[in-house]
Write a protein that binds this ligand. Structure first.
Ligand code: FVH
Length: 289
């Protein structure tokens, strides 16, 4: 947290696991909090701590200049806020969604009178309010700056630009890296467990190896930005040669090779197109459609 906020009125719409964590953090920071949830029973724990219950999204929006919404999907957001007058409000939407959805809701909210800020939460509910949590923001910069001290209660605040879809783009890109990593981790555990090696015994070496390899990310980024893909580390032709060692072993050990089978045509094409001496950064160019 970089700043502390003067108490202000805030409404939170959506009290799922994440919305409840956001709301509880705002209450702890001393804000006057109004809460709304489709299933009204979920407001109980928060109203017991001093939050004010709203009977409808309209009532919640009317109660505060800063309105934070965190529902399952952006379709839910559009539905919950449909037809409401948002004049003078700042709408901060922390629902996971696509850049296109963020742009669309921004356009609608602006027409309805609001300043719109889209956000991507880089934390699980238990991290909210801790230094490990941060939220990406994009959209109306003036509104963001005005409310940043309040938003800082959730953790770090990272501004990524006035284009409303930019926070969702960063959010999805970061989560893409995470899902890819966890898919690899799951595949690795499946392979090691095929001979009954305890997962706990393998966890340390796996974490150590992945952490060491992540050190290559900045050099990869430089190669991508400069389009200098030649490598003296680990080229694509060599990676193509060893790929069957993985897929053959998966099959032999009764592990689904599907994840790695996606890699084969990419590596084949890279080598066929004369990029065998390039490093993994070349795959970024090949993935772009
Ligand atoms: N939980 C997490 O770890 C991740 C971390 C990163 C950000 N995500 C995104 O946050 C959004 C909310 O996630 P959540 O964890 O709070 O999700 P749930 O606990 O499932 O709560 C969902 C809330 O949405 C309400 N809701 C659903 N459909 C509707 C609807 N048609 N109209 C109004 N509200 C709706 C639901 O209400 P109810 O079921 O209690 O009545 C909850 O309040 C999400 O985008 C994550 O991707 C979380």
């Amino acid at each position: 947290k970089t700043t502390s906020a003067a108490p202000t009125d805030v409404s939170v719409l959506g009290l799922g696991l994440m919305g409840s964590a956001l709301a509880a953090t705002l209450l702890s920071a001393g804000h006057r909090l109004t809460v709304w949830n489709r299933t009204a029973a979920k407001t109980g724990p928060l109203t017991a701590q001093g939050a004010l219950p709203a009977a409808s999204p309209a009532e919640a929006v009317a109660a505060s200049p800063l309105v934070i919404v965190c529902l399952s999907t952006n379709d839910n957001v559009t539905e919950a806020l449909a037809g409401l007058d948002l004049t003078g409000k700042t709408l901060v939407n922390l629902t996971n969604g696509t850049p296109e959805q963020a742009r669309s809701i921004s356009g609608w909210a602006t027409k309805a009178g609001a300043a719109y800020v889209d956000g991507g939460i880089m934390a699980v509910p238990q991290m909210i309010g801790s230094p490990a949590a941060y939220v990406l923001y994009s959209g109306d910069e003036e509104a963001y700056e005005a409310h940043r001290p309040t938003l800082a209660a959730f953790g770090g605040t990272r501004w990524v630009g006035t284009e409303p879809g930019r926070a969702a783009l960063h959010d999805l890109a970061l989560l893409t890296g995470m899902y890819g990593m966890f898919l690899g981790v799951a595949q690795a555990f499946a392979l090691i467990r095929s001979e009954s090696v305890p997962a706990t015994e393998f966890a340390g070496p796996l974490q150590e190896w992945i952490t060491a390899m992540l050190g290559a990310v900045p050099d990869l980024a430089t190669a991508i930005d400069t389009e200098q893909h030649l490598t003296d580390v680990s080229n694509l032709a060599m990676n193509r040669e060893v790929l069957p060692n993985f897929t053959d072993t998966f099959r032999a050990q009764g592990v689904d090779p599907g994840f790695f089978l996606l890699l084969a045509p990419l590596l084949d094409r890279a080598v066929e197109e004369g990029h065998g001496a390039d490093g993994l950064s070349r795959l970024v160019m090949m993935l772009k459609q």
